[in-house]
Design a protein around this ligand. Structure first.
Ligand code: 4NP
Length: 167
């Protein structure tokens, strides 16, 4: 199992953006028959919501687009995750700063990327935090996450030569 490609999506609270990225990316992986190749997780840099389910507004948006956040439980990003995961995709620059803070010897910065680096229409390279805004913010997060996850998966399929690996 050591050849699993380990992916972690990170936001602040792990109840809105990164849980959505986790389930959308996982569903795209499953559609391609590549489930056995990946370990996909998400976390937040903060601890306020640890153990809680996803935000109800994010759950509803996920549902509308055919994804389920019902099994999600929030967890906090750990320094050890930098070692354990191959790719860490962060939602905004504050998350990037917080994650890299754990990388004291600068050994892992190459695996930590802004998620929207892969967005064909990247704006300011950050996924806007929808938590304090209205419903349209959640739909916007979904649009960003959906198109960007598609590109990230295509890049990983190429990087790991997974074409033809589907089962
Ligand atoms: P997330 O959204 O980082 O996308 O999960 C937030 C959730 C909670 C808080 C902030 C952002 N909060 O301040 O509690």
């Amino acid at each position: 199992m050591s050849d699993l490609i380990r992916i972690q999506f990170v936001c602040l609270g792990n109840i809105c953006r990164s849980p959505l990225a986790e389930v959308v990316f996982r569903d795209k992986v499953e559609e391609k028959g590549l489930k056995e190749k990946f370990d996909i997780e998400s976390s937040g840099t903060g601890d306020w919501h640890v153990g809680e389910g996803a935000d109800s507004r994010m759950r509803q948006t996920a549902d509308e687009f055919g994804h389920s956040l019902e099994d999600h439980r929030a967890q906090q990003f750990q320094a050890a995750d930098l070692e354990a995961y191959d790719h860490v995709f962060v939602m905004d620059k504050s998350n990037l700063n917080d994650v890299l803070y754990f990388d004291e010897e600068d050994r892992h910065s190459g695996k930590v990327r802004l998620f929207r680096e892969f967005d064909p229409n990247p704006g300011d390279y950050q996924v806007p935090d929808p938590y304090y805004g209205g419903d349209e913010g959640f739909k916007n997060v979904y649009d960003i996450v959906s198109r960007t996850s598609e590109v990230i998966l295509e890049r990983l399929i190429a990087e790991y030569d997974l074409n033809g690996e589907a089962n």
